[in-house]
Design a protein around this ligand. Structure first.
Ligand SMILES: Nc1ncnc2c1ncn2[C@@H]1O[C@H](COP(=O)(O)OP(=O)(O)OP(=O)(O)O)[C@@H](O)[C@H]1O
Ligand SMILES: [Mg+2]
Length: 815
């Protein structure tokens, strides 16, 4: 009750009618009794006030209907208003007046006397009856009670207002005082002003008071409800809570509530383990308190979706028909007996013991031998879902295990993502290229993989994002790798390594006819009525267009042959079935890609053919040596690793130490520089297994003897000429065979590895097992040639010695 109310005594005994200046007021209605400050600025209003001040200080105040109207006509004013007495008038800067007025009584305009320079009217005056009507007593106390309630509920109203309310005995006056302080519209106030009957007016005021109390109570209720939870005092949050409380009060359904109910049901249906479910419900509860527009809300929502969608208790039924499983494996792949048998064993055990912890198989072998495709066919043999991730180039632990949720946009790692994709908890999970796993400052992904692959730990795999354990123990993991050496040892220990070596040409031919050709033919929309490959054609492709351990290149070449036939089929130009022979193959595939290059390369002295074991299986490798005038230096090229560099030095020292036995002039080591190169220069090479070949190349260079073109060799050599065993024998021999090599020199200790070499190859190649370098050189150059070389050297030396002796004799004679 803001206005000044210290002068409450109403001026009584006004005449029944008055002729007085009138002031139009906007935005409010002045009631009798209270003193009230108003600002006066409009010229007509100023004139009216001045006129009043000049006479009896009485002024009529009437509200205008449209407050925007600057200079209202008389019909734009209400007809009822209030006669007031000007208590005080103060000039303000900007030619304005601040006037304190006191309401006296209601007036109604009877006639307008004039409208300029100020409004003037003849009015009827209605004074409030001063006596207290006994019948209005109960209404008076109700008015007081309700007013007091409002004062109590509104913190902005000073509590002294209560004293004022209690001190007024006249219910009509109290009603006016209350009315002027209600937060109601100008129209409503005007209506109260125009209600002359005291009882009527009081009834209206009481109704308005009750309404206001309800609003205040509601708002207070909201305040208290909000306050309890208002820890962060966020404005937005505060408003939202208010909105929520209002919606609740109005009985409006909260749309978000429906979303939460849905989520709640989904969580219940997801069959999460109890402790995970608890986490989910906690997150859901957190969510209900968040602003749906906030980033945080989306983060929570995404997280819940992940929890809900993971297959916590969803499995596929395993197929336990072992005969059928074997049939499926055979249908998809030729050979690979060891792997297939291991898988069948696993199925057998699984049939007997359902919850067996899965073994982790790791298929190791060169590219294109069917590792990935075999792993996928295991899934169909078992009737399980299949997921595959490639670990090649994965350096960041978070790729496996996810990022913590504190990062915006974080997600689970590859493992959990794939499980979700599988939709079951027991898929076949192929981990491709486990040997290409990297590690750097972002953490070691192999340590995360350890947890994935260790049956002792993987029943509670921890993904950083999920932050709750997930059971991976029913997953059948199958890893693949090209080489076993680069696999981190701890990981290797946990897996069962199964080697898939390369195929022989004969095996490749069978794979081509039984698997690849039917597949590519149907892939290209032709049939065997259009196209047939002859056996010779396939062998020609294998020999002349591919050099690989696996069959990927073969499949590609078969596909390009088929494509070119398919073209004719499509354009209906094919008149009869096309039978491909080697000539047609060459027509389609172009000039032969791989020549039998060994003979060409080894035609000069200083070149020897070695065998290498690489990630692509085995390969042949030429070591070239050359010499030029110098001072005994040694130059090495071809991206050699330290071990290989050392073996070049070892080779030179050895050859030097037995120079005379080989028929090499010892002085040569002082007079020339040697250069050893191992092509292809861009592929890094290391390891000791080229030692024997290096020695042979250097010996060839210095003796001038060429190496037999059909011979290749492998083995580590010591400084004293002993030949030590090396690995990868089977792959190397297959590679030698592919390259057209007929005999291979091997360390004697490697003879035991020969059981792995297919009989088909053993039948067509020769193998020499050696333990000394001398044997190698004899085999490489031919015993006769070496012998001849040595004799020639001895003869040369003898001749030189004699020449020197003659010269010496001559010199002394002269002296
Ligand atoms: N023994 C086989 N029988 C039938 N098809 C085979 C056989 N081996 C390989 N293939 C076929 O060769 C193609 C290449 O095989 P896959 O992709 O599985 O090779 P990989 O061993 O995984 O090679 P990488 O190491 O490069 O990943 C596939 O189409 C596959 O079906
Ligand atoms: Mg693969």
């Amino acid at each position: 009750m803001a206005p000044e109310n210290d002068e409450l005594a109403p001026e009584t005994n006004l005449p029944g009618e008055l002729d007085l200046p009138v002031l139009a007021i906007r935005n409010t209605v002045i009631f009798p009794v209270l003193a009230f400050p108003i600002n006066v600025g409009r010229p007509k209003s100023m004139a009216a006030v001045e006129r009043a001040l000049e006479s009896d200080k009485l002024l009529g105040i009437i509200a205008q209907i449209d407050p925007r109207n600057e200079d209202p006509e008389t019909d734009e004013l209400y007809t009822m208003g209030t006669v007031v007495k000007i208590l005080k008038s103060v000039r303000m800067p900007g030619n304005k007046l601040n006037v304190i007025i006191q309401g006296l009584a209601r007036i109604r305009v009877r006639d307008w006397s004039h409208t300029t320079p100020y409004l003037r009217a003849e009015v009827d005056v209605f004074e409030e009856p001063p006596e207290t009507d006994e019948e209005l007593r109960p209404m008076l106390s109700e008015l007081r009670e309700l007013s007091q309630k409002i004062i109590d509920l509104s913190p902005q109203i000073p509590s002294e207002a209560g004293f004022l309310v209690r001190s007024i005995d006249n219910p009509g006056i109290l009603a006016d005082i209350v009315a002027s302080n209600l937060t109601i519209s100008v129209e409503e106030k005007q209506e109260l002003l125009e209600t002359l009957g005291t009882e009527d007016r009081i009834v209206k005021v009481i109704a308005l008071l009750n309404k206001e109390i309800q609003v205040l109570e509601l708002s207070n209720k909201i305040q208290t409800e909000v306050k309890g939870e208002m820890d962060k005092a966020q404005r937005e949050y505060f408003l939202r809570e208010q909105l929520k409380a209002i919606q609740k009060e109005l009985g409006e359904v909260d749309e978000r509530q429906e979303e939460f109910d849905d989520l709640k049901n989904s969580v219940k249906r997801a069959q999460m383990p109890k402790e995970v479910e608890k986490v989910a419900f906690k997150e859901l509860k957190r969510m209900t308190r968040m602003n749906p527009g906030a980033a945080e809300y989306t983060v929570s929502r995404t997280y819940l979706d992940w929890l809900i969608e993971l297959p916590w208790e969803r499995f596929t039924e395993d197929k336990h028909d072992i005969v059928d499983a074997r049939r499926i494996l055979d249908e998809d792949h030729y050979g690979l007996d060891k792997v297939k048998r291991r898988i069948i064993e696993y199925l057998a055990v699984l049939k007997l013991k359902q919850d067996m912890k899965g073994p982790i198989l790791c298929l190791v072998g060169p590219p294109g031998v069917g590792k990935t495709s075999l792993a996928t066919s295991v899934a169909s043999a078992l009737d399980r879902k299949l997921v595959r991730i490639s670990l090649g180039g994965v350096r960041d632990e978070a790729e496996i295990r996810g990022h913590r949720r504190t990062y915006i946009g974080s997600l689970p790692g590859k493992i959990i993502k794939s499980i979700k994709k599988a939709g079951t908890r027991n898929p076949v999970f192929v981990l491709d290229e486990i040997d290409k796993l990297g590690a750097d400052y972002r953490g070691d992904p192999s340590s995360a993989l350890l947890e994935v692959l260790d049956p002792e730990q993987n029943f509670a795999f921890q993904d950083h994002y999920l932050d709750v354990p997930f059971d991976l123990s029913r997953v059948l993991f199958i890893a693949t790798a090209n080489l076993s050496a680069p696999i981190p040892p701890a990981l290797r220990d946990r897996m069962e390594l199964i080697e898939i070596p390369g195929y022989t040409p004969e095996e490749k031919t069978r794979i081509a006819f039984d698997y690849l050709i039917p597949e590519v033919i149907s892939d290209h929309g032709v049939t065997d009525e259009h196209l047939e490959f002859s056996r010779e054609a396939v062998q020609h492709i294998i020999q002349a267009y591919t050099r690989e351990a696996g069959v990927r290149g073969l499949k590609r070449e078969l596909a390009s042959c088929t494509r070119s036939i398919a073209r004719y089929v499509a354009s209906e130009e094919l008149e009869e079935k096309c039978v491909l022979d080697p000539e047609k193959v060459e027509e389609i595939l172009g000039p032969i890609k791989f020549f039998q290059e060994v003979a060409e390369r080894t035609a000069v002295a200083g070149v020897a053919t070695g065998l290498a074991w690489t990630s692509t299986g085995g390969d042949i490798l030429f070591i070239e040596a050359t010499k030029y005038k110098g001072k005994g230096g040694l130059q090495l090229t071809g991206q050699l690793g330290d071990v290989m560099k050392e073996s070049v030095s070892v080779a030179r020292s050895y050859i030097r130490s037995c120079a005379s036995a080989l028929g090499i002039d010892e002085d040569v080591f002082e007079e020339v520089d040697l250069h050893v190169h191992v092509p292809a220069g861009s592929i890094p090479k290391d390891g000791p297994s080229a030692g024997v070949t290096m020695m042979t190349a250097i010996a060839s260079l210095l003796t001038g003897l060429t190496v037999e073109p059909t011979v290749a060799m492998t083995g580590e050599a010591t400084l004293r000429g002993a030949v030590l065993p090396v690995g990868g024998i089977k792959e190397k021999i297959l590679a030698a065979h592919r390259a057209g090599i007929e005999s291979v020199i091997l360390p004697a200790k490697c003879q035991k590895d020969m059981v792995e070499v297919p009989d088909e190859i053993k039948g067509v190649m020769h193998f020499h097992y050696v333990s000394r370098m001398e044997e190698v050189l004899e085999l490489a150059f031919g015993k006769d040639k070496l012998e001849a070389q040595r004799e020639e050297m001895l003869a040369v030396r003898e001749a030189r010695r004699q020449a020197q002796a003659t010269a010496d004799a001559g010199q002394s004679a002269e002296a």
